[in-house]
Design a binder for this molecule. Structure first.
Ligand code: TYM
Length: 345
């Protein structure tokens, strides 16, 4: 169960998180992030959620598709339960504080820290001479996203853990260099069964919007038939489900389907195996498919309905950006003062 959110000393609790609109949203994004964003909002905490379009362009994005994907992601957020009146929902590029603070953080973060980022190494691979400078600097922009709001808690999936450690290092170094207690040391919030949803084709690889195989993931745009087909075709093994989680230790694909079931049903993985002990995948997969369809299909339908009116989506993002700017602008102005920049206009 979720731990109660603890507030670091002297900073009021504020949640920030972001998703890249670099492709359609996946079940991984939904279970690892979006579903949990809605839970935080519904707990009555101040929540700021951002479609990070400036992160997306660290790899090539077709401009027409980027705009479409940003609107679709916004529709997905609202369809999943984000209420733009209660949460602040906007796209990053409309709030200039992110880019401004990112530059300051480029001058705080050390090359050695950045070079250790495993996600950069994974994404750049053997091609590191040829990727954008933005891809390397990306985690400093991510720290700026969070700290422009002095956010105290950031719900994310497991894969973002190292980036959040870097955010804490940047905040601590800034505070220390300038002798201030200005930025909070933000807490990552990585909880529940869905923080690492794996590919349906390979239980050792993360489910990702950039995987070349569409069969590897469930997209928020997939219809009920497609969701059911993908789950029924998911890679598994020939053993029945055990009654204890230990029995899944060397069975990554089986473990993944149990985790997905648990996250969708609001159960723990241990409860799922207890309930389905002895089941073959021939019966567990249809049960999982039914559950996934019952949770995801209403979201997809609502998302498609919202996409009929993109003017309204753009209006919501603009209004969210104004509210975000009202928080972030004074914080970044204070940063300029701390750093020693003249502000005389
Ligand atoms: P992104 O766009 O890759 O993913 C968005 C969120 O979804 C989670 N996620 C997953 N969770 C479980 N299983 C998966 N297979 C899976 N795939 C993705 C991610 O952990 C993330 O929480 N750098 C970030 C975006 C970002 C951000 C921020 C996040 C930019 N600025 C500030 C938090 C705070 C990213 O690329 O996420």
């Amino acid at each position: 169960m979720a731990e109660p959110v603890q507030t670091p000393h002297a900073f009021p609790t504020r949640i920030f998180s972001g998703i890249q609109p670099s492709g359609g949203l996946t079940l991984g994004n939904y279970l690892g992030a979006l579903k949990r964003f809605v839970e935080k909002q519904d707990e009555g905490i101040e929540t700021v959620y951002c479609l990070v379009d400036m992160h997306a362009i660290t790899v090539w994005q077709d401009p027409v598709r980027l705009r479409q994907q940003t609107r679709e992601a916004a529709a997905g957020f609202i369809a999943a339960g984000i209420d733009p009146a209660r949460s602040i929902l906007f796209n990053q590029s409309q709030v200039h504080a992110h880019a401004e603070l990112a530059w300051i953080f480029n001058c705080v973060a050390r090359m050695g820290w950045m070079s250790r980022m495993t996600q950069f190494k994974d994404k750049a691979g053997k091609n590191s001479e040829n990727v954008s400078l933005g891809l390397f600097a990306y985690p400093a922009l991510m720290a700026a996203d969070i700290l422009a709001y002095k956010a105290t808690h950031v719900p994310v999936g497991e894969d973002q853990k190292q980036h959040l450690e870097l955010c804490r290092d940047i905040a601590a170094k800034f505070n220390n260099d300038f002798g201030v207690n200005f930025f909070p040391i933000t807490e990552p919030v990585i909880e529940g069964a869905g923080t690492r949803v794996m590919s349906l084709r390979d239980g050792t690889k993360k489910m990702s919007k950039s995987d070349p195989s569409d069969q590897s993931r469930i997209n928020l745009t997939d219809d009920a038939d497609m969701i059911a087909k993908k789950i029924k075709k998911a890679k598994t093994d020939a053993e029945p489900l055990p009654s204890e989680l230990d029995g899944l230790a060397d069975r990554p694909e089986a473990r993944n389907l149990v985790n997905i079931y648990a996250a969708l049903a609001g159960m723990t993985p241990a409860e799922v195996v207890r309930e389905h002990a002895g089941s073959q995948f021939g019966s567990f997969k249809p049960a999982l498919a039914d559950l996934a369809v019952s949770v995801m299909s209403p979201i997809t339908t609502e998302m498609n309905r919202l996409m009929q009116d993109v003017t309204e989506i753009d209006r919501i993002l603009g209004a969210g950006a104004e509210r975000a700017d009202a928080i972030a602008r004074p914080i970044v102005n204070d940063v300029y003062d701390i750093v020693g920049m003249i502000r005389s206009r």
